[in-house]
Design a protein around this ligand. Sequence first.
Ligand code: FE
Ligand code: FE
Ligand code: ZN
Length: 275
Amino acid sequence: MFIGNHLSASKGYAAMGKAAAALDANTFAFFTRNPRGGRAKEIDEKDVEAYLAFAKERQFGKLVAHAPYTMNLCAAKEDIRAFSREMIADDLRRMEYTPGNYYNFHPGSHVGQGAEAGIDLVAGTLNDILRPEQTTTVLLETMAGKGSEVGRNFEELRAILDKVEQKDKVGVCFDTCHVWDGGYDIVGHLDEVLEEFDRVIGLDLLYAVHFNDSMNERGSHKDRHAKIGEGCIGLEAMRRVATHPLLSGRPFILETPNDDAGYQREIALVREWTE
Ligand code: FE
Ligand code: FE
Ligand code: ZN
């Protein structure tokens, strides 16, 4: 089982590796730059080297980096789109220092342009910036459908994927809170939801899971994460997700409202279920 949480990237990769190991995690997520945007720290090659040796020794799974929230590839304003395109291109350049990992992003908000226009803009930018030689897989996150979010259902993600030319560089990150808030009944009908995912997108493109309970009812389109077992999805349904054979092998990332002790408990819980 590859399980971990979101870590602060401010002290570098080696520090994240150690922080993950201290929680008994063997993968982690981090923001490639301040989640609110801004400039990224340049990569320290010595730090990366130390991390890579540590990760190999501890048999870490693939990392699931997260793009900043300010990135919106389908913004209505051209300057925000240009800024976002520069951000994702620069993030992917820096991701290559730690080859073969995942880079997850929110497709964005179409802000009134309509989902179809949003889908075109997201795919267009991916076609501009994805490189055949890159080793990073870019993941579209399933979204809760808050406001004008693109990716509110499996069909919208499929529509983006269909328009991407570099098919081997893209996949999906399945966020349990978002999928639930988006209206999919992973509590009562997990098998059917995964079947639907497989039919519309393909389970072979499901590379990572964001493992979160939700503060709100199914279909609420709210996107408020809860601790595992303390939300509307609940402990039993979360256990069924974590132990579902069709999801095994993927990195599971906790994005729950916790301190370190809370993450350590949730990581131990998921390990208890799966190992
Ligand atoms: Fe996210
Ligand atoms: Fe998420
Ligand atoms: Zn969320």
